[in-house]
Design a protein around this ligand. Structure first.
Ligand code: FAD
Length: 507
């Protein structure tokens, strides 16, 4: 029987403790490199460690996540293209990418037996079901004499490497970030391994086209195709363009949704087409060789956001119920509304609040939403509409190309005020003031809510208050061309605060 494994040691189980139950594999026995959220060749520790033996790259269509957290439509679109790109890169090295479908807990050991594999390598994942599955799998493989090795390919520091002075996981970002900065710097990224060889025999696998990851009837992915280039080369291009251009102004521009002020690396990082170590190393190099004004400050500010990603993974690992349960248990009793009409107005970008609607439409069209607008739109859902944060997280999960269990869950809990390091609940974003501050000329709203494009700046964030002649000149008929507000601003805010006040009474 495999030994009990600690959750806090998911990938570091020592396979040497198990006596092999089959003869030692010969030199021709392949190493299966199981690609997961590391769809790249460079800085891929699992792949690099396989060099010297025949390598069998494998991807298993992940069907083990609990139903609610199976990849959404936008993620599946991305996955299809990212796998196609990975297969093409591997083919250039003479390696096939084997595709198999089914529970990895069954598929991986079966393939190891079928191929007589010497070992299986993978880079770690941190979703609770993946942690549990991988720990069990590692024990099972080791018990049957297959070396199972896992690596850190997705984070600057493993979640168990940083803890508070009291030995507990961090729940507040700033001390976490300080501890990360004080830790030894990340190791330099690994190059694409040289001299990889394929096994003499490659088993049959699935065809990517047969997995049905792309939408059909209707094909809603046109905006995604126009916006993104999934794959390792697309990721490298994004980072290079960002460091050449917007990085120097990132500190101020990162909050302006009407500009291309951020890196848009999030889906590439989520799928592991680029590693945080590569981002870190290239950002450090850019700080050293560009003396443009603001470069150092801009890049430091950008790396802090990479630090937020690390923090979210740290939270998910140590608090595995993060996607479902408020970290602040008081919020379990929150009197959420069940207004399906309001939810539908929000998802369709028809709340009557231009900055919220612009964000929701950008999300639908491109699979991505600017961070500032994610905060505004999420706050509007949980506060002005009083709808549960889990509903918002589920919609984002289906529609974001960067849908990420750690970042999405932590982001929603933060906005809802129930998370670690949360914004206080009573901080209710005012979508009009936020719009005026961060989209002062209305460029973002005009881009995504074209029916308001001809309104003067003064009214573009609150069209319901515009004088009739202004509306007429701009061609806007309230309630017909653009919806009236789904809830009045002040009434929504009061209702949210009253709901929050009931928590204190309940305890
Ligand atoms: P940049 O500003 O260029 O930042 C660089 C990288 O840092 C990002 O690619 C991302 O990996 C990381 N990062 C930046 N901000 C955050 C943050 N607040 N939290 C964690 N990591 C961050 N991000 C996701 O990747 N997936 C999600 O599913 C997701 N859901 C979110 C839901 C809500 C309600 C909120 C408020 C935020 C969410 N975020 C999520 C975080 C953030 O909005 C995105 O990472 C960011 O907008 C991506 O754009 P970018 O790559 O241009 O970011």
């Amino acid at each position: 029987m495999p030994p009990a494994l600690s959750r806090h040691d998911p990938g570091r189980h020592d396979p040497g403790r198990h006596a092999p139950t089959r003869p030692a594999p010969g030199d021709g026995a392949p190493v299966i490199v199981w690609f997961r959220r590391d769809l790249r060749l460079a800085d891929n520790p699992a792949l690099a460690a396989a060099a010297g033996r025949p390598v069998l790259p494998l991807f298993v269509l992940d069907e083990e996540a609990p139903g609610r957290w199976r990849p959404g439509g936008a993620s599946r679109w991305w996955l299809h293209h990212s796998l196609a790109a990975l297969a093409a890169s591997l083919a250039r090295l003479g390696l096939p990418l084997l595709l198999r479908r089914g529970p990895a807990a069954r598929v991986v050991p079966a393939l190891a037996a079928e191929t007589g594999a010497a070992a299986v390598h993978w880079n770690r994942r941190y979703e609770p079901w993946a942690v549990a599955r991988d720990a069990a799998l590692k024990a099972e493989l080791a018990a049957s004499g297959v070396g199972a090795r896992s690596f850190n390919g997705s984070l600057l520091a493993e979640p168990w490497q940083l803890s508070t002075g009291a030995g507990r996981p961090y729940r507040v970002f700033t001390p976490f970030w300080r501890a990360l900065l004080a830790a030894p710097p990340p190791a330099p990224p690994l190059p694409v391994p040289a001299g990889l060889t394929a096994p003499a025999q490659v088993p049959r696998g699935d065809r990517l086209e047969d997995w049905g990851l792309l939408p059909s009837g209707p094909d809603w992915a046109g905006g995604l195709r126009d916006t993104w280039t999934p794959g390792e080369a697309g990721a490298a291009g994004r980072l290079a363009r960002f460091l050449e251009g917007p990085a120097a102004a990132y500190g101020a521009a990162r909050d302006l949704p009407g500009t291309e002020g951020t890196s848009r690396l999030s889906p590439h990082l989520h799928f592991g087409e680029i590693s945080p170590r590569q981002v870190w190393a290239q950002a450090q190099a850019a700080m050293g060789c560009h003396d443009r004004e603001g470069m150092v400050a801009g890049i430091e500010s950008f790396l802090r956001e990479i630090g937020w990603r690390e923090f979210c993974y740290n939270l998910l690992y140590h608090f595995p119920t993060l996607p479902e349960v408020p970290l602040n248990p008081e919020f379990e009793a929150f009197p959420w509304s069940d207004d399906r009409t309001a939810l539908s107005a929000w998802t369709r970008g028809r709340t009557g609040y231009p900055i919220v609607d612009a964000g929701m439409r950008q999300l639908w069209a491109t699979g991505w939403m600017h961070n500032r607008v994610r905060m505004i739109a999420a706050s509007f859902l949980v506060k002005h509409l009083l709808l549960p944060w889990r509903e918002g997280a589920a919609w984002f999960w289906d529609t974001l190309v960067d849908a990420d269990l750690a970042n999405n869950s932590a982001g929603w809990q933060w906005v809802a005020g129930c998370g670690a390091d949360a914004a206080p609940y009573f901080r209710v974003f005012n979508p009009v003031l936020q719009g005026r501050k961060f989209d002062p000329a209305g460029a973002y709203v005009r881009r995504w809510v074209p029916e308001l494009a001809r309104l003067p700046d003064a009214w573009v964030h609150e069209p319901w208050r515009a004088p009739a002649d202004v509306l007429a000149r701009a061609g806007v008929r309230p309630g017909r061309d653009y919806p009236e507000p789904v809830v009045a601003l002040e009434a929504g805010r009061e209702r949210a605060l009253a709901a929050y006040a009931t928590l204190g009474q309940a305890s």
